[in-house]
Design a protein around this ligand. Structure first.
Ligand code: NAD
Length: 258
């Protein structure tokens, strides 16, 4: 299945920084018509939207301040996107944190928001709701497919996303909704999320954070821009129900979900 990004309208959560910002830029570089960034951080979000509009010459990006743990705010971002751009084709549920010390918030962001964002995508884009269908990309992690001593709850949240998409990615859901569900599993990427993990360790949050940083230290690091390129490859070449593991700019392997 090939999905042409040209002139498509996207919404991305957590798009103000890190992988989400790189992904937004890559969508525009590949001809997307417009992107709505839904992020809790107003100063980063407004700056990123302004910079991207300057870079891509026009009014292509809006920022909607959104705390994805609040159902009404997430739905409001979908409505603003659809009203502003008159459509929606791609939803990327990307916002996430890595902080086992605040595991309830971590579950609310990494799991609950991904469920809600997927259900809203079905509600607003699904053929079963009168829509045209489209693509949903849920951002998991390589840690959705393997263990890492030191952050069991983070690892659990990412396994949850992979598990969720195993069902959303089945032919049953695809036929019903016309939406292609894909999971992205980036490897360790150089973003504030990773430096935050280091900050917790420095603040003396105990062995958990120390083990986490030591565990991450043994894994390769990649630039968010390269991860985003891999994700575009994923959208354009991915098959329904696949989980992709990206490293160094390309999905390095595809896990087919039966
Ligand atoms: P990041 O910290 O650089 O960016 C995360 C963005 O999410 C920020 O702009 C932040 O403001 C936003 N955000 C946080 N809480 C929010 C909330 N409640 N509502 C709305 N927005 C919120 O992180 P990143 O590394 O770019 O991570 C993006 C995604 O990629 C996450 O789901 C993360 O788990 C996943 N991931 C990251 C790595 C990595 O090594 N960095 C590896 C695999 C997967």
């Amino acid at each position: 299945m090939v999905f042409d990004i040209k002139n498509k309208i996207a919404l991305i959560t957590g798009g103000a920084a890190g992988i989400g910002l790189a992904y937004t830029r890559e969508l525009l570089r590949n001809g997307a018509k417009a992107v709505t960034i839904a992020d809790v951080d107003a100063s980063k979000g407004e700056k990123s939207a302004k910079d991207l509009n300057a870079e891509f010459g026009g009014n292509k990006v809006i920022f909607v301040q959104t705390d994805v743990t609040k159902a009404d705010q997430l739905e409001a971002a979908f409505k603003t996107a659809i009203n502003t751009w008159k459509g929606l084709d791609i939803v990327i549920n990307n916002a996430g944190i890595m902080n086992d010390a605040n595991w309830e918030l971590q579950i609310a962001i990494n799991c609950n928001h991904v469920v809600r964002g997927s259900l809203l995508a079905i509600q607003y884009m699904g053929k079963n709701h009168g829509g045209k269908g489209g693509v949903v990309v849920n951002i998991a992690s390589i840690l959705g497919l393997q263990e890492l001593a030191g952050c069991p709850v983070y690892v659990g949240t990412k396994h949850f996303v992979v598990g969720l998409d195993r069902s959303f990615g089945t032919p049953f859901f695809h036929n019903l909704t016309g939406i292609q569900f894909l999971t992205m599993c980036p490897g360790v990427t150089d973003t504030p999320l990773i430096s935050e993990a280091g900050r917790f360790a420095l603040q003396g949050m105990g062995n958990i954070a120390k083990e986490l940083v030591e565990g991450l230290g043994s894994l390769p690091e990649q630039a968010p821009e390269d991860v985003a390129k891999g994700m575009i490859t994923l959208i354009t070449k991915g098959e329904n129900g696949s989980v992709w593991v990206a490293e160094g700019g390309e999905p390095i392997y595809e896990v087919k979900i039966p």
